[in-house]
Design a protein around this ligand. Sequence first.
Ligand code: ATP
Ligand code: MG
Length: 257
Amino acid sequence: MSGPILSASGLNLRFGAVRALDDVAIDIYPGEVVAIVGESGSGKTTLMRTLSGLQAPDSGSVLYTGPDGVTEDIQLMSEAARRRLMRTDWGYVHQNPRDGLRMGVSAGGNVGERLMSVGARHYGDIRKAAIEWLTKVEIDASRIDSMPRTFSGGMQQRLQIARTLVTHPRLVFMDEPTGGLDVSVQAKLLDLIRALVAELGLAVLFVTHDIAAARLLAHRILVMRHGQVVEQGLTDRVLDDPQHPYTQLLVTSVLAA
Ligand SMILES: Nc1ncnc2c1ncn2[C@@H]1O[C@H](COP(=O)(O)OP(=O)(O)OP(=O)(O)O)[C@@H](O)[C@H]1O
Ligand SMILES: [Mg+2]
């Protein structure tokens, strides 16, 4: 039995009077999909940013175990080492695709650039990989030279996913990857994410408002409220037999909606 790929404990973070993280602990195992759910302002994005080293906590630690079995505290890593990790072993899919794409670079360039950042140099290979990944996320290869701003929101999000996954990261953070999209587009995108996650054996931590998305994708669910993890467990257990009153409210209000 292998240990967690990411292990965080005792995370605390205040923004003025707001406790954005209140003694949060989380473990993520290789190949595991974990959903973070909770109301707006409960600290979901702050947790993702803290776990991925984009935001330093006031206290607590985040330990990452690499493919070589070496465990490192990401707070103690240099900025350059953290950035390298974000290009190689990790990926981050932002809620707004504009934050994860280079809008002034073509679709193929967005995918190719990520590959070049990990050392790919051969133009033909890069273009081939870009076409392969555009096809995987159901963007027609004929759009390879189009600019992302000419894409719909759903296409931009699929392009961001291609750009993130092309380097085969082991751990991917997704902050509401289907937020702000039409319901029909959301459903297709969730299916695509589910297929890619299974194919690549990714560990994924994803934030969602959508209990149905959590049910579809996640092995485990973490429920946040006011910066605290109020409940966590296997997806079916949490959704079918919620223990915390807030989770009960969350689950029933969704059913009633
Ligand atoms: N940079 C910041 N400066 C000040 N306060 C912040 C900052 N980032 C987050 N907060 C506050 O921390 C709390 C948690 O915010 P966070 O963005 O993590 O919530 P969230 O669960 O992701 O919400 P949403 O579902 O709306 O995205 C909120 O009260 C927010 O206003
Ligand atoms: Mg958020």
